[in-house]
Each structure stands twice: as structure tokens, then as C-alpha cells.
Design a protein around this ligand. Structure first.
Ligand code: MSP
Length: 522
């Protein structure tokens, strides 16, 4: 049987600033889904990368006294280093300054033009560099500011090339209506349907080179560069391997994507950039004759306390600093457990510590007491007994976690896993292995208790693996197993005879780095 294939993407991050908790969230979410699919037997292409063209990068490079490509090299490296430290298992890191991507963008724009979807026109309006988008006057905030980020917008009047996006409005609306799960969650779908019920304008897809020099020149007019969002969205296609820009026109892959990873199965992003992914991107794809992406998942927004995170407020949360103190898996766990996919969440030190304590006190504690009892009562060897005492809880946890993961509700899947760990701790209290150990008649009972607990640990390794891969590898090796089992294997894996070692606490006690500043205590 050929394995199921899944192509997952994160947005590509602007190479103008350092990775923060928002970027980390999108990327960890995608990573968890990628790991879950791999563990479930699928072949996965997981793509992330950096968005490196446009005025935002150009201006930031100027501010730092660097050439744009120097800034991009620096930032691409920082993002890669951050993802390595957060244990992101991407298969490909794309940079929009790569020659291959530039060639695909060029072929794409040429095809749009060849098919008659592009015309030249005059643009006048308000532009926000930070968001890299135009606004109409009625949308602006007070004193001509961007309604999204609050920064001043600029009035721009210039000649641009336009894509006839309006011609695809009805097709797109029909597609969304016929495919109720195309955009999840539903709230975002409704937002896009609402947007499409207003007349859809055409999309300016170029910028004069005289104003924006850092971009991909249009193949039919090198005095203009591609609008950075058009350039950026095409990254998903470049990495899919569907387009062969060097082939003669007609054989470049626009007609047939067989053998490539296109269409992507899931584009993951924050709610702030859904319009580009759910309107610009599919209409561009329809125009060149390619199938649209299979699904879009828009997640919520991290705020700090009740304030938006921003450089100017100095409240940007650095995931790397958290990781230094608590470890990678604790940061991943917090991000996944605290934010219901699709909703917003607020970062607070208290919530971070509460979530960490849950890991340490429930899962960590279970692991260490089970290992220690197997050591103390059975010389470190898991006894041969059916070990079915926690089967009902294991079955429930697997069913709930699978359903939740299928609906991208990672927070619910992790809650189901934690419930199993709680049930196993409850089972210890109920069975009182320390009393069983003292009674010569209850030795079989003790074997059953320990075997049941070890089976639950194996199940927990499989359930927590996508979110806490390193710690679960560690736990699996302490259980004497070679690798983390798949969900299917984990249900029926024999544990008799495995040699268990206790080791240091999986999630050690950590002094809060915030306590003195936050509580004002000495
Ligand atoms: N370069 C574009 C994307 C192009 S994709 C073809 C871009 N980049 S970005 O650097 O601004 O980061 C995008 C991702 O980070 C989005 O998914 C966005 O939602 C996420 N986040 C940035 N700040 C965030 C929070 N405070 N909270 C949650 N996610 C946020 O947009």
C-alpha cells in the first residue's frame, strides 16, 4: 500500500525581525501535526521558511546599514537556529531569495499574463509597510494609521500591474460553499464568506522598481517587481516541486501536477493573514489553472496579559528565553495546551507555571513513581502479567486524542493524554502497590498493577510524542524500548520483561524566573 501523503505548511516569516512567540506557536502547531501524521504512518512534507523581499525588508536593511541580502541571510539563520532549538521537524526551509523560487515566481507571473489575467493601471491609495498591504481611506484609523497595526500609512500613487482577481470571485465563493471544511475554524470561514459578499476588487501585483528595488522583476516589464505577497504565496508551490520553470511553455507543470506534492493539504497561519491565503492565493491558482490548496487552518493570536505584543511596548515574549529555563518540550507543551486552536490566548507567567506544574506533577510524577516501584519490587524488570487495569482509560484517551487531532484541536488531544496520566495516578492510589508488596498473597496483584502502569506509560509516550518528542524519547528509553511506538503499536505493545530505569525527574522542579519581579515579593 502506498503511504498516505500529507503536505503541511507554515507561513514564511518576514526576514525583518527575530522569531517571537507568535511565530513559534504557528511553527510548533504545524510541527505537532506533522509529527502526528508521521507517527500515524503518513509520508509528510512539512515546509517553513522566510519571506525575504519587499519594502519592509529593504527599509529594515537600510536602517541597520546592511544590504538586503545580508539581513536576509542573518535572519534566515536565526529562524533556522530557533526551529532547531524548538525541535521543529520541517523537511524543507524555503527562502524566497532562492534561485528556484525566483524562477517559479517568474514562470507563474508570465503564465498569468499569457492567459490574459493581468492589465496595467494606476494605483492610488494608502499603504502600510508593516503589513505590506493597501487600505482604502474609509478603513484607516485616526490620523491616517493602519487599522491593523496602528502604524502611520503612506499615500502612494503609481502605475501597477493588476491581476483580475474579481473575475474569480464567484468561483471562489462557490468553492467555499461546496467545501464547508476548506477554511477552519468556522468563524474564519464565515468572515471570508462575508468578505466575498462585497464586490471583490482586482489585486495590484507589482511595485515600481524605482520605489521598491528589492523584489523579483516581472518577466514582461523589468521596471516593476512582484508584490511581496504574490511572491511569498508562491513559495508553497515552489516547494511542492510541481513547476519546472525551465521546461518549454505548456510543459511547466501548470497543466498537470501529478508526481509533485501539489496541492498542499494544509496551510496553517494566524488569523491576521487569512485573506491573503483564502482569497488572493486560491484566485491566483485558479487563474493559472492549478488546483487550490486542500485546507486552511487559521489560529488565534497571542497577547500578553491583555495587551497586544509589540516591539514598541517592549512586551514581546521570547520563546528562546523560556526554553533556556524550562526546556524545549515544556515550551511546546505550554503553547499547545494553553491556546485552543483557533481562539486567542494570553501569555502570563502564572499560566506558564501552572502548565509546567501539570507536566511535572501529573506526567513526570507518574513516570518516576512507576519506574521506582518496578525497581524496588521487581528488580527493574516489568513483570509478565496481562496489565489490563487501565485499558478502558487508554482506549478512551486514544479515541479522544485521534478525534481531537483530526479536528486540529491539539489542546484537546493533550487534555485527553493528561487525563490518562491522571487516571494512572488514580490507579496507583486505588491499588496501593506498597501494600500489595507487603502481602504474600497479593504478588500476582502487584504484577498486574505494575504491568498495567507500564502499559499506560507506553500509551502516554505515543500520545505525548508529537508535543514533547525529546522527553518521550527519554521516557521510552527508560522503559527499555528502542523508539516511541506509533499509536497503533502502543495499544498492544508487550511490556513483560522490559527493563525499567528511574533516572532523574523528567520535568524537574524549576524556580520561577518571574517570582520576585511579578509578585513584588522579596
Ligand atoms: N510573511 C508573511 C507571511 C507570508 S506566507 C506566504 C507574514 N509573516 S510574519 O513574520 O508576520 O508572521 C506570520 C505568522 O506569525 C502568522 O501566522 C501570524 O499569525 C503569526 N504571528 C505573529 N504574531 C503573532 C501573535 N502575537 N500571536 C500568534 N501568532 C502571531 O505574515
Amino acid at each position: 500500500m502506498t503511504p498516505r501523503r500529507t503536505y503541511l505548511t507554515t507561513p514564511i516569516y518576514y526576514a525583518s525581525g527575530d522569531p517571537h512567540i507568535g511565530h513559534a506557536y504557528t511553527t510548533v502547531l504545524a510541527d505537532v501535526l506533522a509529527r502526528f501524521h508521521r507517527q500515524d504512518g503518513a509520508e509528510v512534507l512539512f515546509l517553513t521558511g522566510t519571506d525575504e523581499h519587499g519594502p519592509k525588508i529593504q527599509e529594515e536593511a537600510e536602517r541597520r546599514g546592511l544590504a538586503p541580502i545580508e539581513l536576509c541571510d542573518l535572519m534566515a539563520e536565526r529562524f533556522q537556529a530557533a526551529w532547531e532549538r524548538l525541535d521543529i521537524s520541517h523537511d524543507r526551509f524555503i527562502r524566497t531569495t532562492e534561485a528556484e523560487h525566483i524562477a517559479v515566481v517568474t514562470a507563474f507571473v508570465q503564465r498569468l499574463a499569457d492567459l490574459g489575467h493581468i492589465y496595467q493601471g494606476e494605483y492610488s491609495g494608502w499603504y502600510c509597510i508593516h503589513e505590506e498591504r493597501y487600505w482604502t481611506e474609509k478603513d484607516l484609523g485616526p490620523d491616517n494609521t493602519c487599522p491593523d497595526c496602528g502604524r502611520p500609512v503612506r499615500y502612494v500613487e503609481e502605475s501597477n500591474y493588476f491581476f483580475r482577481m474579481s473575475a474569480f470571485q464567484d468561483d471562489l465563493l462557490r468553492h467555499i460553499e461546496e467545501n464547508p471544511d476548506w477554511i477552519v475554524p468556522e468563524m474564519r470561514r464565515n468572515e471570508i464568506i462575508g468578505f466575498l459578499q462585497q464586490p471583490l476588487g482586482d489585486l495590484s501585483i507589482s511595485r515600481p522598481r524605482a520605489r521598491v528595488s528589492w523584489g523579483i522583476p516581472l518577466p514582461f516589464d523589468d521596471q516593476h517587481v512582484a508584490y511581496v505577497w504574490v511572491d511569498a504565496l508562491i513559495n508553497y508551490l515552489t516547494a511542492s516541486g510541481a513547476i519546472r520553470p525551465d521546461a518549454p511553455v505548456g510543459q511547466q507543470g501548470f497543466e498537470d501536477t501529478t508526481g509533485s506534492w501539489w496541492p498542499a493539504d494544509l496551510h496553517i497561519m494566524g488569523k491576521d493573514i487569512i485573506t491573503t491565503h483564502a482569497v488572493y492565493w486560491p484566485t491566483l491558482l485558479m487563474a493559472v489553472g492549478l488546483p487550490v490548496q486542500r485546507q486552511i487552518l487559521a489560529h488565534g493570536w497571542w497577547v500578553v496579559g491583555d495587551t497586544k505584543m509589540s516591539k514598541s511596548l517592549g512586551n514581546v515574549i521570547d520563546p528562546m528565553a523560556l526554553r533556556e529555563t524550562f526546556g524545549t518540550d515544556a515550551v511546546r507543551w505550554y503553547l499547545m495546551r494553553e491556546m485552543p486552536t483557533g481562539g486567542d490566548a494570553s501569555f502570563t507567567p502564572e499560566r506558564f507555571l501552572t502548565r509546567y506544574d501539570e507536566l511535572a506533577n501529573v506526567l513526570g510524577n507518574l513516570a518516576s513513581r512507576v519506574m521506582s516501584m518496578v525497581g524496588k519490587y521487581r528488580g527493574g524488570v516489568v513483570p509478565a502479567a496481562p496489565g489490563i487495569g487501565l485499558d478502558a482509560s487508554i482506549q478512551t484517551a486514544f479515541a479522544d486524542a485521534r478525534t481531537a487531532m483530526g479536528a486540529y484541536k491539539v489542546h484537546d488531544a493533550m487534555a485527553a493524554a493528561m487525563d490518562l496520566a491522571r487516571a494512572a495516578n488514580g490507579y496507583v492510589e486505588e491499588r496501593q502497590p506498597w501494600s500489595q508488596a507487603k502481602s504474600s498473597e497479593d504478588q500476582e496483584g502487584l504484577d498486574e498493577t505494575l504491568a498495567s502502569l507500564c502499559r499506560s506509560l507506553v500509551a502516554l509516550c505515543a500520545l505525548f510524542q508529537p508535543v514533547a518528542p525529546k522527553k518521550m524519547e527519554e521516557l521510552v528509553s527508560r522503559l527499555g524500548l528502542g523508539e516511541v511506538p506509533t499509536l497503533d503499536q502502543a495499544v498492544a505493545l508487550p511490556v513483560a520483561g522490559l527493563s525499567a530505569t528511574k533516572g532523574d525527574p523528567l520535568f524537574p522542579r524549576i524556580d520561577s524566573p518571574w517570582s520576585s519581579t511579578d509578585t513584588g515579593a522579596d
